[in-house]
Design a protein around this ligand. Sequence first.
Ligand SMILES: C[S@@+](CC[C@H](N)C(=O)[O-])C[C@H]1O[C@@H](n2cnc3c(N)ncnc32)[C@H](O)[C@@H]1O
Length: 276
Amino acid sequence: MDPVELAKVLARIVESNGVDFRDYRPETLTRGVMQRLAALRLKSIDLYLERLVTNPHEVAELTRAFLVPVTEFFRDATVFQSLATIVLPSFLWVRAPQHVLRVWSIGTATGEEAWSVAMLLDMGRQIYGYSDYQVVATDLDRTSLAVAERGVYPASALTSIPEPLRSQFTMKSGDLFEVTRGLRQRVHFESHDVVGRALAPTRAVVASFDIILLRNVLIYFDRRLQEKALERVCSVIEDDGALVLGMVETLPVDLEAHFEVFPDTDPAHRIFRRQR
Ligand SMILES: C[S@@+](CC[C@H](N)C(=O)[O-])C[C@H]1O[C@@H](n2cnc3c(N)ncnc32)[C@H](O)[C@@H]1O
């Protein structure tokens, strides 16, 4: 797509809802515009730009297409296995017994990542006996967050939740399933831009976390924005805390000195431990 046309589209979005996509990767943005053009059966970008001006709903549609709020419970199951069996138990040795483990799921989309990690934390509490936990889950996309906060999903979405977690933490609600009340009390959803002005979400009373999940978000940013996001995120991880980047992201060279691959985890999972 012509960069001038793309710039016009991005200017329209920022003017309309304040979301600034200028440093997102052009490939994702172009794909998003093309998807919308096809959905609306429009033949030219000029016609589409007109539509963006006359129809605010289209700005919302395009914003969602750019944000790609796609996720699933226990996405990349082996990463969650490492969290359950290596990372979470390790905090028993490095934190005081009464310490409340604090986790931040960034770019949580419709919440499945946050609920998945909360299930592990709750089960881990029962098995290993650590004191308590709190999950803060954030995203830029309010529509996704509304789904996340409701915590209600179709049966088909639950198939990737391993037993006994599925039976323990979800229950039937009409034709759908919802996460249990106990889990809801510990997960807080909030709108937050990881590269925006506020460094940490406001619900995070103390802006420091034992574990931060930042998976499948940086891939949409250009290099400069990736570094900005990572620098900010790294400044709120506790010593010995874990940064979970997942299977597709990498740690920039500048930050390598502050992190090591989390001991005993598969380097392909890209789980890092903050060095003291
Ligand atoms: C592909 S989803 C990843 C969901 C989940 N982390 C996972 O791995 O399954 C990417 C999410 O990042 C969010 N996102 C994109 N830019 C963001 C930003 N600047 N701040 C916060 N969230 C952002 C999108 O709204 C979207 O929900």
